[in-house]
Design a protein around this ligand. Structure first.
Ligand code: TXD
Length: 315
């Protein structure tokens, strides 16, 4: 039987992720949105591209009809609002809380065994919310952020050195925000750490660009935020899970003492397979790196506290 992936949110990231899954023939795809006709229209347009390329999976869109998502193997959550120029990801918190609560209640009811891939911002806090609302085990609530941030650093390193992106492996840990923790010591070209290939100043500039990469695109686009690279990163995770690849990718997962951090979703290297986040890899970090990771965890913890307050005030 074919696998089934539901995508909630037929906006930029959701529809592009749908197209990528469809083109890779990874699974049948259901897209759901709150705006009448949007998911239906996008899915139909994608489906009509199949004859030209010979894709043999199905894609269908629905308006708020969660019954259509029943029995999904993976649910990707992209519903919510995006930031406008000058806004931080954290500014989206109060609006996206209500949206994500409603979405997770629905998808966890119809797909109680699914793996949730969270994309909506502020990412790590939304993962926490999804974890609480779904009641799923921590291995089945995974945030997409580190995969994207690492891809961006890879792209910048490859461009800087004039080499193939296939030769670069980058590692960006921490929260998906200003406190993210790119690790030059673990960013390599064919196994060679970039600290042997570039001077500190160049590395520093690439790291800063990685931190600002989301904002760079927001300020260029003026409306909306990045979606080509985010959807590619999400689908890389989907493929790793559906094909049980046991692929190591930085993802936001709930830490229970790993890296000395407890009760916070944070980006760390994770083994992705058919059970979801099957393992957390604890890499050896020096003092500066571990301090940066702990700072990042504190920033996420503050956001979770704020989220708790907002939720309590509403009820
Ligand atoms: O690295 C990452 N994690 C991210 C996160 C990278 C890129 C985008 N990131 C965040 O994902 C972004 O800040 C947003 O919070 C989400 C979705 O970004 P996208 O660019 O796809 O936003 P759009 O195009 O505005 O699409 C959002 C869709 C839109 O069609 C809304 O109608 C829909 O979400 N929406 C809903 N769908 C279902 N149910 C509800 N309640 C709902 N509310 C809005």
């Amino acid at each position: 039987m074919r696998k089934k992936v539901t995508i909630v949110g037929a906006g930029n990231v959701g529809s592009m992720a749908g197209l990528r899954i469809f083109e890779k023939e990874l699974a049948d795809v259901v897209i759901i949105d709150v705006v009448k006709g949007l998911a239906e229209g996008k899915a139909l347009d994608i489906k009509e591209s199949a004859p030209a390329e010979g894709y043999n999976v199905d894609i269908k869109g629905y308006t708020k009809d969660y019954a259509a998502s029943e029995g999904s193997d993976i649910v990707i959550v992209t519903a919510g609002v995006t930031r406008k120029p000058g806004m931080s990801r954290d500014d989206l918190l109060s609006t996206n809380i209500g949206i994500i609560e409603e979405v997770i209640k629905n998808v966890s009811r119809f797909s109680p065994d699914s793996i949730l891939i969270m994309i909506s911002n502020p990412l790590d806090a939304m993962c926490h919310l999804a974890y609480e609302v779904s009641g799923f085990p921590r291995g089945r609530v995974i945030g997409m952020a580190g995969a994207l941030d690492s891809m961006r650093l890879c792209a910048f390193v490859a461009e800087e050195l004039g080499i193939s992106v296939e030769n670069v492996n980058a590692m960006v840990l921490g929260g998906h925000g200003d406190s993210m923790v790119p690790l030059p010591r673990y960013t390599t070209v064919c196994g060679i750490p970039i600290i042997q290939l570039m001077n500190q100043k160049r590395i520093g500039a690439l790291i800063q660009r990685t931190r600002d990469a989301g904002a760079e695109i927001v300020s260029l686009l003026k409306t909306g935020s990045a979606y080509y690279a985010p959807s590619a990163a999400a689908v890389e995770m989907v493929e790793a899970i559906l094909k049980d690849k046991k692929k190591i990718m930085p993802c936001s997962v709930l830490l229970n003492g790993e890296y000395g951090i407890d009760g916070v979703f944070l980006g760390v290297p994770v083994k992705l397979g058919q059970k979801g986040a099957e393992d957390i890899i604890e890499v050896d970090l020096n003092k500066e790196e571990i301090d940066a990771l702990h700072n990042s965890a504190e920033a996420v913890r503050k956001l979770i506290d704020k989220m708790r307050e907002l939720r309590e005030n509403r009820s």
